[in-house]
Design a protein around this ligand. Structure first.
Ligand code: AVJ
Length: 322
């Protein structure tokens, strides 16, 4: 059984226009990381996940490959798996396998912004897991979290990949508190987070030798050129990736190599960049067990499971309503 609901905002384009205008007029300038993933950006991110320097994807995959049975048991053998940002559900199969083997698998709820990928993934999964019900949701999950269907028998809500690291503390608390509000006592959140480590390794992971991450970062300017009629010259900016130890996060920026004026026809806006001016394009927060326990606590959640890879580079944690 496949049922997919689409809640794509009619004014996604208007939202982007407003976001970009606000960000470029802010002091310092800033762009939202969600615009990285338009078209070529998603392919570049796929390439990032395969870089030697970029360990998070491999670390998370190894935890899921080795410990999904334990995770599913610790989550109380839930009947449904809800996945925020499901995409092609590549890593999800480990969890679905473990739920099937535990005899609890009933429903998979993929939540993703791409309608095409969600349909494709749903089609493949019902073939691979006979009897599986797929109730997909196509939406911006930050916007439409409250549309996630209820489930009796417990839900495991997976938010993998470390994407929570992109949120500033206040947005992160709001997001987790909204999740907590829609979770029943049996439901569990499974959250992927990158962990604090040697700054040199972190900086290498976000500034690889091949320059793929630099290209990924600059590609957001190409997205603005195409979608907002801007004239950013990608060669006039350089990629900057610094670890901010105080905030325990990667701070990723684009630095203007010269004084320049950028025209955004779609916004009827022109923006000045000074030489060496930096515009933030992403933060990627790093965690420890203690920090995460506190972050959960502030959102009305309590940590109930902690699973790391062999090198302790990355963690999957379980949390439920406090
Ligand atoms: C997809 C947000 C988890 O923060 O590691 C990778 C994005 N940016 N390299 C991360 C990213 C530059 C990634 N997340």
């Amino acid at each position: 059984m496949i049922a997919i609901e689409v809640h794509l905002d009619a004014d996604t384009a208007a939202t982007m226009a407003r976001d970009v205008r606000d960000g470029l007029l802010a002091e310092p300038k800033e762009l939202a990381p969600k615009y990285f993933y338009h078209e070529r950006g998603s392919q570049l991110f796929e390439q990032i996940t395969e870089l030697v320097e970029y360990y998070p994807t491999r670390a998370e995959r190894s935890i899921l490959a080795e410990r999904s049975a334990e995770i599913v048991a610790a989550a109380g053998s839930p009947r449904s798996l809800v996945e925020l940002g499901s995409g092609s559900a590549a890593k999800t199969r480990h969890l679905l396998d473990a739920m099937r083997d535990a005899g609890c698998l009933h429903t998979y709820v993929p939540v993703d912004i791409s309608e095409e990928i969600t349909h494709e993934t749903a089609g493949m999964l019902v073939e691979e897991y006979p009897g599986l019900a797929v109730r997909g949701l196509v939406c911006d999950f930050e916007q439409h979290l409250e549309r996630i269907p209820d489930g009796e028998g417990g839900r495991l809500v997976a938010f993998l990949g470390g994407t929570i690291g992109n949120l500033y503390p206040s947005a992160r608390r709001d997001f987790l508190a909204r999740l907590a509000a829609l979770m029943g006592p049996e439901d569990r959140l499974l959250l992927g987070t990158d962990l604090v480590k040697d700054p040199a390794r972190l900086e290498a992971a976000y500034d690889d030798a091949e320059g793929v991450t630099a290209e990924f970062n600059k590609n957001v300017l190409e997205v603005l050129n195409r979608e907002l009629g801007a004239d950013f010259d990608l060669d006039a900016f350089e990629h900057v990736a610094r670890y901010d130890a105080e905030e325990a996060r990667m701070d990723i920026r684009l630095r203007s190599l010269a004084a320049q004026t950028v025209q955004l026809d779609g916004l009827d806006l022109s923006v000045e960049f000074a030489a060496d001016e930096e515009m933030r394009t992403e933060i990627s927060s790093k965690f420890t067990y203690e920090k995460l326990a506190r972050v959960y606590g502030e959102a009305g959640l309590a940590i109930s499971g902690w699973f790391t890879d062999a090198d302790c580079d990355y963690a999957l944690s379980l949390a439920g309503p406090a």
